[in-house]
Design a protein around this ligand. Structure first.
Ligand code: ADP
Ligand code: ASP
Ligand code: MG
Length: 416
């Protein structure tokens, strides 16, 4: 069986949705179709959550209208009238009912309850569209089978239970095609969780692992994994073949095209991952598998934006021995900071990380024992297969806050 995942960019308009049945119609094997929220809906849902928790009714109302209009336009094109998808209207009503109630004090819990409607609304529309197209399929609410702990916004999968429930639920003797949502999970008590932003690639991999898929394909708005993000580098070239390890490194350092958690479950069962263009489905895309990466001589560039770069040193001018390092890393973990690059010396520890809601609290905490200096809006540039001209190209006229060069990789933290 196969897993196909369609992301926000593949479903940003009615043409994108119409494309899905076209892509899946020739598949004879059993198939699970995983969908994420349409277009940039998750960003809008984040704003709705924020307004809801701040009791900012005006922003809440305006954003909600925006979300409804965006989906209604797609529905009108697909079904001929904007009330053409009953399943969508039902989900939207649930959302409105939720937003009329008083929120709890738990931000991340409320976030997952509200933001999950992005995927619930998109799968509702796809469900009704598949019916209209006479496709035979079953819809599964992923929250009933992808079981997680209650670390809201960054939930961890309960693998044993998830595998058991998925194998029971996705029964290909009953249906050859299943439709389900990416990004979402459910706790043991059936509360909604999410797997972290852009997590629906990971959902596809979890399904692939649990159902022993022959392969997993993530359909994207690019021809495959390229040697740089084509949005900023117009000469970007497609990489035909990558090893799991190489792809893990690229996604870990911020190549947005694959969520970093996606590859490990697939690697553990040697399930190949295809990254393909939903605009040109017949093209080969990139295959990621246990084979060694094909020799690819051009440098590969990865840029991670919105980085914070912090340097701390103990106020008592003591060294930073191993036990102090453990203490520092534990503090970062407590504030759910994911460190992308770090460096230490006798008196200093530096780290580059994604800004999150807890960054200011982290700094406040650190300030009691350390001198703290930091830059926001930094960029982390990673170059694999680097050469002098690639380094020159990326760092020319830029202020370098930190650099690390290994045999395979050159990394720079730059002031933007
Ligand atoms: P999805 O529709 O699944 O959410 P994403 O938007 O998360 O897809 O990922 C696709 C985007 O990733 C592309 O539009 C591209 O701009 C960006 N991207 C970043 N790095 C790369 C890379 N190395 N190769 C291909 N695309 C990349
Ligand atoms: N819709 C979610 C997000 O935008 C998950 C995903 O698209 O992968 O983060
Ligand atoms: Mg995405």
């Amino acid at each position: 069986m196969k897993i196909y995942k369609f992301g926000g960019a593949s479903m940003k308009d009615a043409d994108g949705v119409r494309n899905i049945p076209k892509i899946i119609q020739n598949i004879k094997e059993p198939l699970v179709v995983v969908v994420s929220a349409m277009g940039k809906t998750t960003n809008a849902m984040e704003m709705i959550t924020h307004a809801y928790l701040k009791n900012d009714r005006v922003t809440l109302k305006n954003k909600l209208i925006e979300v409804k209009n965006f989906h209604s336009k797609i529905i009108k094109e697909l079904f001929g009238n904007e009330n053409g998808s009953e399943s969508f209207l039902e989900q939207f009503e649930h959302l409105e009912v939720k937003l009329d109630k008083k929120p709890s004090l738990h931000y991340d819990f409320e976030y997952d309850r509200i933001v999950s409607f992005g995927e619930l609304m998109s799968s509702a529309i796809i469900n009704d569209f598949f019916y209209q197209e006479n496709l035979k399929f079953n819809l599964v609410d992923i929250r009933t089978v992808l079981k997680t702990d209650d670390i809201y916004r960054d939930a961890n999968v309960n693998w044993e239970l998830t595998v058991e429930l998925m194998q029971k639920t996705f029964n290909f003797d009953i249906s050859n095609i299943y439709l389900t949502q990416g990004f979402l999970g459910g706790t043991l008590t059936n509360l909604s969780t999410t797997l972290g932003r852009e997590g629906s690639d990971y959902s596809a991999a979890i399904l692939g692992f649990a159902l022993n898929a022959t392969d997993v394909t993530i359909w994207k708005d690019v021809p495959g994994v390229m040697n740089a993000d084509p949005r900023w580098y117009s000469d970007a070239q497609k990489i035909d073949q990558l090893s799991y390890n190489e792809a893990i490194e690229l996604s870990y350092y911020g190549a947005q095209v694959i969520h970093p958690k996606t590859l490990k479950p697939l690697q553990n069962k040697s399930i190949p991952l295809y990254v393909k263009s939903f605009l040109n489905p017949e093209q080969s895309g990139t295959i990621i598998s246990s084979s060694k990466s094909k020799k690819f001589d051009v440098p590969i560039f990865v840029i991670k934006q919105n980085q914070v770069f912090v340097t701390i040193s103990p106020k008592d001018y003591s060294f930073i021995p191993e036990d102090k390092l453990i203490e520092i890393i534990t503090i970062f973990k407590k504030y759910r900071i994911k460190i992308n690059q770090m460096q230490n010396s006798a008196l200093h520890f530096s780290a580059c990380f994604d800004k999150n809601r807890h960054t200011d609290e982290l700094f406040e905490f650190l300030k009691s024992d350390f001198f703290v200096r930091y830059n926001e809006n930094a960029e982390l540039i990673t170059i694999r297969n680097y050469n002098p001209s690639a380094i020159e190209q990326m760092t020319k006229d830029k202020i370098i806050l930190n650099s690390q060069v290994t045999r395979k990789m050159a990394m720079f933290v730059l002031v933007v």
